[in-house]
Design a protein around this ligand. Structure first.
Ligand SMILES: Cc1cc2nc3c(=O)[nH]c(=O)nc-3n(C[C@H](O)[C@H](O)[C@H](O)COP(=O)(O)OP(=O)(O)OC[C@H]3O[C@@H](n4cnc5c(N)ncnc54)[C@H](O)[C@@H]3O)c2cc1C
Length: 363
């Protein structure tokens, strides 16, 4: 059994930021991630971030990740890669499978869960054919593994993930045959949708996929128009030539470990579903468990980093490394920053929803 003061699960922007704050306060930190490389989603994000300059807008996600990794290395943070946390017991013991072939128990005084989110799927006849995948999976293939998932792609979902990944697929050499959106209006920010549209990609609003055809792989896709109640309109079907379908139909927070730990939850659809209730220090209803990032509600890397800092500082305070007064001053400053992020054009809806899972109400 390995003993540590603070174990952090997930080395994305939230987990890295939490570990940097806690380590700066001299806490003994163990950061665990299932991937071969830390950084979470950041290393897929070759585009420049949106939002405000104070929150790294205009900087590419990959560069933000590199900066966080540089800081963690300088602080000598202990990171376990290829470590999947599969269980949690007594609120302190983590069950970790390392390198897929051995298990280890980590006993921690405090735990921060920063596990991020998973992609939602939608089903239709043929959805299980090779060639149908999450947009995030396609983004990992092109931007991390340098593999083109297909030549002719249909993107289902016009939110930011859908349009950003559509653009990156074109940059990687694929043809984006169409972007489909079930709602009558496009979901992504104008800056992203306009770029894809200018590149000649047709957008079909009020449309979805009826079925995908193929023997061993997607060979064609039948699309159909939807009425105001999202019912398919018979007779509007069209067949499009495609070998890949990317699903960009939302994300769901990865909360299994919080469920296992016995945290209390609330249902907040605008933030992705069932979410662990927490306070303004990112403390859950379990005495020694904190959360940070997309697990606390789907937002952005910028908010994930701020939440990670909140969790790291307050875990360090509870472990006796930072005084209550200092932790409060720093917590208040981070909340000013979070509120400015969430009250801007990019975050109002998130802020209103976030109030629903904060135990102490609005900050
Ligand atoms: C296409 C796209 C574009 C985006 N663009 C922007 C943008 O411009 N600006 C912006 O601010 N945000 C953007 N985001 C959002 C941003 O990437 C996420 O909000 C952010 O990465 C969330 O950080 P996180 O640390 O909570 O989770 P993640 O980055 O997902 O990291 C979580 C980590 O935990 C690991 N993990 C999960 N479960 C376990 C387990 N049981 N054991 C071990 N490890 C585990 C995961 O493998 C992962 O490495 C974008 C997202 C996408 C998909």
């Amino acid at each position: 059994m390995i003993v540590t003061e603070l174990a952090i699960v997930g080395a994305g922007p939230a987990g890295l930021s939490a570990s940097i704050e806690a380590r700066r306060a001299r806490v003994d930190v163990l950061l665990i991630d299932e991937n071969a490389r830390p950084g979470g989603q950041l290393f897929k994000q070759i585009h420049k971030f949106f939002g405000s300059r104070a929150h790294k807008a205009g900087i590419r996600g990959i560069n933000i990740g590199t900066e966080l990794l540089r800081e963690s290395e300088e602080l000598g943070i202990h990171i376990w890669l290829k470590g999947e946390v599969c269980g949690i017991e007594n609120g302190h013991n983590l069950w970790v499978v390392r390198d897929r072939n051995r298990s280890e128990i980590v006993k921690a005084k405090k735990i921060i869960l920063a596990t991020g989110a998973t992609e939602n799927a939608v089903t239709f006849p043929g959805w299980d054919l090779p060639g149908v995948m999450g947009a995030g999976a396609a983004q990992t293939m092109i931007n991390v593994n340098r593999v083109l998932p297909g030549r002719k792609v249909i993107m289902l979902g016009s939110g930011n993930v859908g349009v950003i990944v559509a653009y990156q697929l074109m940059q990687a050499g694929a043809e984006v045959v169409a972007v489909l959106e079930a709602a009558p209006v496009l979901g992504g920010y104008g800056v992203h949708t306009a770029k894809v549209s200018r590149a000649g990609v047709p957008f079909y609003v009020s449309h979805t996929i009826k079925r995908a055809f193929g023997t061993n792989h997607v060979e064609a896709v039948e699309i159909v128009e939807l009425d105001n109640s999202f019912k398919q309109i018979l007779g509007t079907e069209q067949i499009l030539d495609a070998d890949t379908v990317c699903l960009a139909t939302g994300l769901t927070p990865l909360t299994e470990l919080a469920w296992l730990a016995g945290c209390k939850f609330n249902f907040v659809p605008a933030l992705g579903g069932h979410l662990p209730i927490h306070d303004d220090k990112m403390h859950t209803t379990q005495p020694d468990i904190f959360i940070a990032g997309d697990i606390s509600g789907i937002e952005e890397a910028s908010t994930a980093m701020e939440e990670g800092r909140l969790a790291g500082i307050n875990a360090a305070q509870e472990l006796g490394y930072i005084s209550e007064d200092e932790a409060k001053i720093r917590t208040d400053a981070i909340w000013d920053s979070l509120n400015s992020l969430r009250s801007g054009y990019f975050g109002q809806k998130r802020r209103d929803s976030k109030d629903l899972i904060l135990q102490n109400g609005k900050r």
